[in-house]
Ligand binder design. Structure first.
Ligand SMILES: Cc1cc2nc3c(=O)[nH]c(=O)nc-3n(C[C@H](O)[C@H](O)[C@H](O)COP(=O)(O)OP(=O)(O)OC[C@H]3O[C@@H](n4cnc5c(N)ncnc54)[C@H](O)[C@@H]3O)c2cc1C
Length: 412
């Protein structure tokens, strides 16, 4: 064991991966976590027998870093059927596998979302992105996703009826202003992998990483107030001097000199309802087209039955923006669910609302990886977290791995 004091601030995915790498190099780091558990933005609560993820999110099975760090089989991954159910007015139609098998799309169903040319263009894009590495994607010029789709020649119809609701739910913004680099990366991942959740909730992912740690000490309920030199100051006044500190949380939170240097993060509201029966009837994402407060929804027990008690359906509803007070928002969502499904609004019993104010970082210059020089900001201080690259589980893992490598090298 190497006797060096390495503190990691934040036990999210990036901090946990860094701890794993440091352990493997012989160190015994100390994770200092503000909350009562690991996972950061990836947590699952159990409420009255339902499993509620903190915001609807999925693991893509093609993520290279997830394959490196996670044991998929013991997570008992449950996959979504590829494609989406488009919910428009009170009618719905399914497009199966648009990003993986575009040429096999059934003409009739696809004609509601796009033209034959759109189908061919999806096929071409899939082939192009298969050959383009993730590094090349993130080195490409950055346009807004909307500009990119228009430049690529996609019809307005497919942009409105498929790309917009699908990517809004991933980018958590309405106008598709997110960089085309992120669009290409997500498109590539979805055309090569599957959207999945662990059978017992997204929170199982950080828990699996935590279980693999054998030499790391985790201090829970220990919010760090500030970082001065190589000393961490906790909110309770405790001071801890370190050989190395890895800040695995947006650093302006604890380094006053960096305040104002980050754009405000993207927000999202996730509401959960129980209902007597599934309104989608299959393990697929439902995309709501048109002027509605709901952007997308999923009946979680269709994907993994452990998410709801037997005989109940668990609806996870994503709302991108709303200024309504919570009670009114719940009523509005229930009314929209009635319009969409034909089932009475009162059958949708509200379980919980997660108002997530820090969902995804706003990153101007999105990257796939980071040079060592960019995650070291001082001889003793290093950075990790998705905010350095782009908002994804893969990015958080990459940043944790690279920061750990830089720290290990700093002792040589
Ligand atoms: C609603 C939602 C949907 C998403 N959808 C997807 C998706 O479908 N696919 C995908 O790949 N990614 C998705 N993401 C993104 C993904 O969850 C994140 O990129 C990833 O979890 C970020 O990990 P992190 O370690 O960088 O940060 P965090 O998870 O934010 O971890 C930071 C940790 O630091 C702790 N902390 C904060 N301040 C302090 C302090 N002062 N002292 C001590 N500890 C502190 C926090 O409690 C937290 O545990 C989604 C995120 C959200 C919220």
């Amino acid at each position: 064991m190497i006797e060096k004091k390495i503190y990691i601030v934040g036990a999210g995915i990036s901090g946990l991966v860094a701890a794993l790498e440091l352990e493997q190099a012989g160190f015994s780091p100390i994770l200092v976590e503000a909350s009562d558990r690991v996972g950061g933005r990836m947590k699952t609560d159990e409420v009255s027998g339902f499993l509620l993820d903190h915001g609807f999110q999925v693991l893509n099975t093609a993520y290279p870093e997830a394959k490196r760090y996670l044991d998929f089989s013991s997570l008992h991954l449950k996959t979504f059927d590829p494609g989406a159910i488009i919910l428009e007015g009170n009618s719905s139609y399914i497009i199966t596998d648009p990003l993986r098998n575009p040429l096999k799309l059934v003409g009739m169903a696809f004609s509601k979302v796009g033209t034959f040319l759109d189908k061919l263009k999806i096929f071409t894009l899939t082939q192009e992105l298969k050959k383009k590495s993730a590094d090349d994607i993130f080195a490409s010029p950055s346009l807004t996703t909307l500009e990119y789709l228009k430049n690529y020649g996609f019809s307005d119809h497919i942009i409105t009826h498929f790309f917009t609701p699908f990517f809004r739910g991933i980018f958590l913004e309405k106008e598709l202003t997110t960089s085309s680099r992120m669009f290409e990366f997500v498109f590539k991942m979805f055309s090569q992998g599957q959207a999945a959740i662990p059978a017992k909730g997204m929170g199982r992912i950080p828990e699996q990483l935590q279980q693999r740690l054998t030499k790391t000490k985790i201090l829970f309920n220990c919010p760090v107030l500030s970082l001065e030199g190589s000393t961490l100051k906790l909110e309770d006044g405790t001071q801890m001097k370190a050989d190395r500190i890895l800040v695995a949380v947006q650093p302006d939170k604890i380094m006053k000199q960096l305040q104002g240097q980050f754009d405000p993060p993207k927000k999202v509201i996730n509401l959960y309802f129980s209902s007597p029966k599934s309104i989608l009837g299959r393990p697929m994402i439902g995309l709501v087209v048109g002027d509605r407060v709901i952007n997308n929804l999923v009946c979680m027990e269709e994907v993994s039955e452990a998410y709801a008690p037997e005989g109940k359906s668990l609806l996870s509803v994503t709302v991108l923006e709303s200024n309504l007070p919570e009670k009114e928002l719940i009523k509005k969502v229930q009314a929209e669910l009635e319009e969409i499904s034909g089932q009475k609004a009162e059958l949708f019993k509200h379980l919980k609302t997660y108002n997530i104010t820090h969902a995804l970082p706003q990153v101007g210059d999105m990257k796939y990886s980071i040079p060592a020089t960019e995650c070291k900001i001082h001889d003793h201080i290093f950075l990790a977290g998705d905010y350095l690259l782009h908002g994804s589980i893969n990015a958080a893992m990459t940043s944790g791995r690279i920061a750990a490598e830089v720290i290990i090298n700093s002792f040589r």
